[in-house]
Design a protein around this ligand. Structure first.
Ligand SMILES: NC(=O)c1ccc[n+]([C@@H]2O[C@H](COP(=O)([O-])OP(=O)(O)OC[C@H]3O[C@@H](n4cnc5c(N)ncnc54)[C@H](OP(=O)(O)O)[C@@H]3O)[C@@H](O)[C@H]2O)c1
Length: 278
């Protein structure tokens, strides 16, 4: 008896399969417009530069103009346009105004990286309402506000990529982290809800969960050499993240190479969250 499986014709490739498998431009962002919050330094600046290098025009947000201007200057050397906007991501009217201005300037908004964030912590028994509110507003509510402001544009376009920066602290509990860990867990689940609600309009929503990266936010941690040396031995790749480690993942999630991925969280931590005490 002939092997029916072997004699069956291969599945006809859909156009998306053909286009992607026959081209090498899956990460090309030429013609795309990206908005990056917290783009003035650290992980946000690294992702903004990576998106610009991949061809995108980039809208840069933070509260301080001078540091944003430095990132814009570098983007200019790549021959890409950028727009600096001083925006506090906890301020809903300011967000809406800035999105309207950015849309007027570029005519479209394809990629949003919700990266702005802060650390704030204390032992739970004395954690103040202020720290809790500031951290939740900056790390979680901002993702809701910014995404809600850009969604109508992406829905009209029938296309969008939203990348939310969470943290491995969103699924690992640690001392002093009640507000931060809870906010980051919220970012991951909010991303799943967004993916479900906005998927039918071609909007993909994914999360990046970094482990420990060397930035201004973690300067205190990186100053404690003894702790770092102990912790490094527990990281399978034996090093912590540098902002550039995020570049490839950000471009992938922003590009058509990831067009069939939504609602997912990708951990980028050198394996640290796999191997406590390894
Ligand atoms: N570094 C790590 O190890 C690590 C690990 C996991 C997750 N993360 C997450 O990665 C993201 C970036 O962290 P990072 O380490 O790059 O921090 P960072 O160096 O402190 O940078 C934070 C950025 O966010 C901006 N920002 C803060 N509050 C803002 C607000 N209310 N409105 C607008 N912009 C605001 C800051 O600029 P202005 O001060 O000028 O506003 C800056 O551009 C955060 O969401 C953080 O939670 C970091």
């Amino acid at each position: 008896m002939p092997d029916r499986q072997a004699s069956r014709k291969p599945r006809r490739l859909r156009s998306a399969d053909v286009a992607l498998s026959q081209s090498s431009d899956w990460g090309d962002l030429t013609g795309r417009v990206a908005l990056v919050t917290g783009a003035s330094r650290g992980l946000g600046a690294a992702m903004a530069l990576a998106l610009a290098r991949a061809g995108a025009s980039v809208v840069l947000w933070a509260r301080q103009a001078t540091t944003l201007q430095r990132v814009a200057k570098t983007i200019h050397t790549f021959g890409r346009p950028s727009l600096v906007q001083v925006v506090d991501v906890t301020d809903a009217p300011a967000i809406r105004r800035a999105v309207t201005q950015a849309l007027r300037r570029f005519g479209q908004l394809d990629i949003v990286v919700n990266n702005a964030g802060m650390w704030g912590g204390d032992p739970l028994v004395r954690l103040s309402r202020k720290i809790w509110s500031d951290v939740v507003a900056t790390d979680l509510t901002s993702v809701f506000l910014v995404s809600q402001a850009v969604a109508p544009i992406m829905i009209r376009q029938r296309y969008g990529k939203i990348i939310n920066v969470a943290s491995t602290s969103g699924f690992l509990a640690h001392h002093d982290g009640a507000a931060y860990c809870t906010a980051k867990a919220g970012v991951m689940h909010l991303s799943r809800v967004m993916a479900v609600e906005w998927g039918p309009y071609g909007i993909r929503v994914n999360c990046i969960a970094p482990g420990l990266f060397r930035t201004a936010m973690t300067s205190d941690v990186f100053a404690d050499r003894a702790w770092l040396a102990r912790r490094r031995r527990q990281v399978p790749l034996r090093r912590f993240g540098e902002p550039d480690d995020l570049a490839g993942l950000a471009v992938f999630l922003a590009s058509r190479g990831s067009d069939h991925i939504t609602g997912q969280t990708i951990v980028i931590d050198g394996g640290a969250s796999l191997a406590v005490g390894a």
